[in-house]
Design a binder for this molecule. Structure first.
Ligand SMILES: [Cu+2]
Length: 373
């Protein structure tokens, strides 16, 4: 225990609610390209198994922080001379199921293995095409009547969905401080391994968008600080609780030269316990991601810069990555037994701002069941 008398200090820090925030639960590509290092289980048992399901629905296209119509984005892009076609995402669903196993080494330290055994990404896209330049029919002179000027045509399509293992994360978590009332402050450090495929290809042999790949293909590192403070209320002083968290993920470059932007997560959750075992929660979740980069590495199979096709696809362009997002997340926590807890929350965007033009999350649901034994 590093700070045996920290309770007062911790409370003084936590009460004004300025706190740093609780580590975002696991998430993935884009604003979501992160791995969960958060482990809030109370169980004092040696082993905790945790099953989590997340679903993100993305349907809004933002230019900066302004919603734009996909057709408008396409027409704008097709206005550039020489462009044949341009496609933008119109809808995307990203789902992930993760099994986490935590082993408690001792009172203060645990090791967590996080296995996203099913990463499922699907995307609908719209493609706009400029009319083909008319070849001059043979034998006709300049006197030919002008063809009516045809505008671009649009076509909707659905990409083949991806459903695969994602990147496994190994995390070590240590309590800097904890007391008998359950207040605590913990640090975590984790390594994300490139176990997920980062080179899924379409039937035509081109790489699927970086944001849709089940893995990043890189070794990524993360650190986090998070805690819980009981603020009082009720006979045991545990009616109100505050859970702040702060996390940072540093991403490596994969062997096709692509690097996802680093990711900062900051959160704070307020809990109000109703009765013995049910807690209503409201959280603010902030995410700031840096722009992705591509060092110019060519995809050996196509000879083109890996994951990039800025002239024809909105998503395949590092200029359209990175941004900042703030969500409010109503939820609950329900203790079904001594060592069994069900948690759920739904994130609703409060503010979103992106680099370039991007499809963003409109709703993000998380359900989580943990069992200690
Ligand atoms: Cu696509």
């Amino acid at each position: 225990m590093l700070f045996p008398s920290l309770r007062g200090v911790w409370r003084a820090l936590a009460l004004p609610g300025i706190g740093i925030l609780w580590l975002a639960s696991s998430a993935w590509a884009g604003e979501c390209n992160c791995a969960g290092t958060n482990e809030r289980d109370d169980s004092k048992k040696s082993w905790t198994l945790n099953l989590q399901f997340e679903s993100m629905n993305m349907g809004t296209l933002l230019q900066g922080s302004t919603a734009v119509d996909p057709n408008q984005v396409i027409l704008q892009a097709l206005g550039t001379p020489g462009r044949r076609s341009f496609s933008v995402p119109t809808n995307m669903i990203m789902q992930r199921s993760t099994l986490r196993a935590r082993y408690r080494i001792d009172e203060e330290n645990s090791v967590i293995l996080s296995i996203p055994f099913s990463v499922s990404n699907q995307m609908d896209m719209r493609m706009g095409m400029n009319p083909m330049p008319m070849a001059k029919p043979a034998g006709m002179g300049m006197g030919m009547p002008a063809m009516p000027a045809a505008g671009p045509t649009f076509r909707d399509m659905t990409m083949s969905p991806i459903n695969q293992l994602g990147d496994i994360v190994l995390t070590v978590q240590s309590d800097l401080f904890s007391d008998e009332w359950g207040n605590r402050l913990s640090v975590a450090g984790g390594i994300k391994f490139p176990t997920g495929d980062s080179q899924v290809r379409t039937a035509q042999g081109t790489l699927v968008h970086a944001m849709m790949q089940p893995g990043t293909g890189s070794l990524d590192f993360m650190v986090g600080l998070f805690g819980r403070a009981y603020l009082g209320g009720g006979p045991d002083g545990k009616t109100w609780s505050l859970e702040p968290g702060l996390s940072y993920q540093i991403n490596g470059t994969n062997n096709l030269g692509y690097r996802f932007g680093n990711r900062l997560g900051y959160d704070i959750a307020l809990g109000c316990r109703l009765g013995e075992s049910f807690t209503v929660t409201t959280a603010l979740n902030g995410i700031v991601t840096g722009r992705d980069s591509q060092n110019g590495t060519l995809d050996p199979q196509t000879g083109k810069t890996a994951y990039q096709n800025p002239a024809a696809s909105l998503v395949d362009n590092v200029e359209n990555t990175g941004g900042s997002f703030l969500y409010v997340a109503p939820g609950f926590q329900w203790k079904l037994g001594d060592d069994v807890t069900l948690r759920a929350h739904h994130r609703i965007p409060l503010s979103r701002s992106v680099n370039g033009t991007q499809i963003v999350t409109d709703g993000w649901t998380t359900v989580n069941l943990s069992v200690g034994f």
